[in-house]
Write a protein that binds this ligand. Structure first.
Ligand SMILES: *Cc1c(COP(=O)(O)O)cnc(C)c1O
Length: 391
């Protein structure tokens, strides 16, 4: 079909023409319930009026000027984000991978300033941090790395959720400068660490002057039931990266920092032509304002709890369901077998879902999903799962 495009994606046989809230319509006019939000991006749903209005207005006024000049909207967004996150400074990029690249560069420079010649960052098995060379090297999934060697050096890896292995590394490695970790692993299959994991990581980082760098690209912007996932604990990271939900579909990423970490990147040390341009910042400001005004993080928490309990009821006696887990609107239903076919079966029935790590049905619905839509999701997906596991 699309001969001109590099074959990097196995695309599903559908294209969408229009969206509204939790719904998408394809080119034939068929309607789909969207339980994926463009992979945790459209948290406010499709065509949210506040975002559309901000974009239209800004597009008619000024789209881009470059970071050679002051950008009031970028400063405004920076103030708002750092206030909500209790961070001090922010660098804006255009994607999640770039936000993580910023964090990786920041950590290395921080290490060099401490006199560590070959600084290393501790990363996790099963993690996902992006597709650029440094971020795929940080990613704990061989499939993402295979064929792109030599990988970027300077990463050490431990199992996710295992604080003892982090402490063991701290005992005998002298070149670690930071930990980069997702509070919940999204691409890895909605993996939730043990309860005090982040606090324990914080303690190890404090003890060894490592930076705690949280990749909140998938978990952030209200999705976990708090604006940022670390707010479920009482710790603050040194560095946090955001992207996906930040622009509700307009490409924008951010790397936030506080304390010593906030002062590391200075003039000339990093940059981006597009990063934080007026159009993207206008969209992100509208997103942040809407999330706060409509208390959507709390809505995500309540709706997530409701979905988890209703799925648990609907699937309680179904053989082949290993675990139903989640926090807020990051929900995983793990099966005892590979189930990627489910995505296309659901599509045929007008339902958009995803499968991560081959066996985990991953749901990332928009935060504005109604109770009625949630019921429909539970009914439709549960019957699909029963049929699939029966056959
Ligand atoms: C999606 C994602 C990324 C990469 O973001 P891109 O915008 O695709 O570069 C990085 N980390 C996490 C946790 C993600 O979910």
């Amino acid at each position: 079909m699309p001969q001109a495009l590099m074959a990097t994606y196995n695309r599903l046989p559908v294209s969408f023409q229009r969206g509204e809230g939790t719904w998408l319509w394809d080119s034939e006019g068929k309607r789909y319930l969207d339980a994926l939000s463009g992979i945790a991006v459209c948290g406010l749903g499709h065509a949210h009026p506040a975002v559309s209005k901000a974009l239209c207005q800004q597009a008619g006024e000024l789209i881009h000027t470059s970071n050679l000049y002051h950008i009031p909207l970028q400063e405004q967004l920076g103030d708002a984000l750092t206030r909500v996150a209790q961070m001090e400074r922010v660098f804006f990029s255009n994607s999640g991978a770039e936000a993580n690249e910023t964090a990786i560069k920041l950590a290395r420079l921080y290490g060099h300033r401490k006199g560590i010649e070959k600084p290393a960052i501790l990363v996790m098995e099963g993690s996902f941090h992006g597709r650029t060379l440094a971020t795929l090297s940080a990613t704990g999934n061989r499939k993402v790395q295979a064929g792109f060697e030599p990988l970027v050096q300077g990463f050490a890896r431990v199992p996710f959720g295992d604080i003892e292995s982090v402490r063991a590394v701290a005992e005998h490695s002298s070149n670690i400068v930071a930990v980069l970790v997702e509070p919940i692993q999204g691409e890895g299959g909605i993996n939730i660490p043990p309860e005090h994991y982040l606090a324990q990581l914080r303690a190890v980082c404090d003890q060894h002057q490592w930076l705690l760098m949280l990749d909140e690209i998938q978990t952030g912007m209200g999705r976990s039931g708090r604006m940022f996932s670390y707010q479920h604990s009482d710790i603050t990271p040194d560095v946090m990266t955001l992207a996906k939900g930040l622009g509700n579909g307009v490409p924008i990423g951010a790397c936030l920092a506080r304390g010593d970490a906030a002062e590391v990147l200075g003039a000339g040390s990093h940059g981006s032509t597009f990063g934080g341009n007026p159009l993207a910042c206008a969209a992100a400001l509208a997103v942040l304002e809407t999330l706060e005004q409509e208390r959507l993080p709390s809505r995500a928490e309540a709706l997530g709890a409701r979905l988890l309990s209703h799925f648990a009821d609907a699937l309680s006696d179904v053989a082949g369901i290993e675990e139903i887990r989640g926090q807020g609107l990051l929900i995983g239903i793990e099966l005892d077998r590979p189930c990627t076919e489910l995505v296309e079966l659901a599509l045929k029935q007008g339902l958009l879902i995803n499968v991560a790590a081959e066996r985990v049905v991953r749901l990332l619905p928009p935060l504005i999903m109604t109770d009625a839509e949630a019921e429909q999701l539970v009914e439709q997906l549960s019957s699909l799962l029963k049929d699939f596991l029966d056959s």
